[in-house]
Design a protein around this ligand. Structure first.
Ligand SMILES: O=P(O)(O)OC[C@H]1O[C@H](OP(=O)(O)OP(=O)(O)O)[C@H](O)[C@@H]1O
Ligand SMILES: O=c1cc[nH]c(=O)[nH]1
Ligand SMILES: [Mg+2]
Length: 207
């Protein structure tokens, strides 16, 4: 299941993010802002719990988000650019990190780090990475999370390629994908076209 979040503000900020002259600082700020807007949609069915509070007028039963029941999962490095915006929305959420890089020759993901909170089976796991290219990194991260107990997952990215959506859906048909854009295709190096280049390098200024 693929949802393209095509709110005008998302599309506008995504256009600025893609532009090659956008600076590292600008890229980071835009990624964070888009993530806030995506998060608003992705977290629409977040569980609430009642809490007793006092307004200046009287006591009432109000609702609050069960932050501890939510786990954001950042696929390193570039997932960090989305994680910041998501944590702005739900500061109490738990966070897992999956270190994953794509081998330059084979384009296959290599895992180098994994750290997750306990009791993943009790949490909604929202996996974030700006790019779904071949889909192999995201699929491997989700496989690893399922091995660690995760049962309810969502995947959020900025750009998805049709090839990546197909591969991810084949591996994990139970995990919905949310993206700001479904781009045209992959190039011969498995980069997304028209894309935005290398998300990690643009976020951290490493090239
Ligand atoms: O769908 P795929 O073909 O697997 O490609 C997508 C992956 O590639 C990028 O990470 P990269 O390997 O560049 O690592 P980085 O975040 O450390 O730059 C991106 O952030 C995804 O994790
Ligand atoms: O276009 C792409 C593909 C994979 N990873 C990126 O950062 N960009
Ligand atoms: Mg990279």
């Amino acid at each position: 299941m693929l949802t393209v979040i095509d709110h005008p503000l998302v599309q506008h900020k995504l256009t600025m993010l893609r532009m090659k002259e956008t600076t590292t600082g600008g890229f980071r700020r835009l990624a964070r802002e888009i993530s806030l807007l995506l998060g608003y949609e992705v977290l629409r069915d977040l569980p609430l719990e009642p809490v007793t509070i006092e307004t200046p007028m009287e006591e009432m039963q109000a609702m609050q988000v069960q932050g501890k029941k939510l786990c954001f999962v950042s696929i390193l490095r570039a997932g960090a650019g989305i994680l910041e915006g998501m944590l702005d929305l739900v500061p109490a959420a738990r966070v897992a990190h999956v270190g994953m890089y794509r081998d330059h020759e084979t384009h296959e993901p290599v895992e180098y780090y994994f750290k997750a909170p306990e009791a993943l089976e009790e949490r909604l796991c929202v996996v974030v990475d700006p790019m779904l290219a071949t889909g192999h990194s995201a699929a491997a991260a989700v496989t690893r999370l399922k091995q660690a107990g995760a049962q309810q997952l969502k995947f959020v990215c900025l750009l998805a390629a049709p090839e990546g959506v197909k591969a991810f859906e084949a591996a994990h048909p139970d995990v919905p994908i949310y993206t700001a854009s479904l781009d045209r295709q992959l190039d011969e190096n498995a980069y997304i076209l028209p894309g935005l280049g290398d998300a990690g390098d643009r976020l951290f200024g490493t090239k």
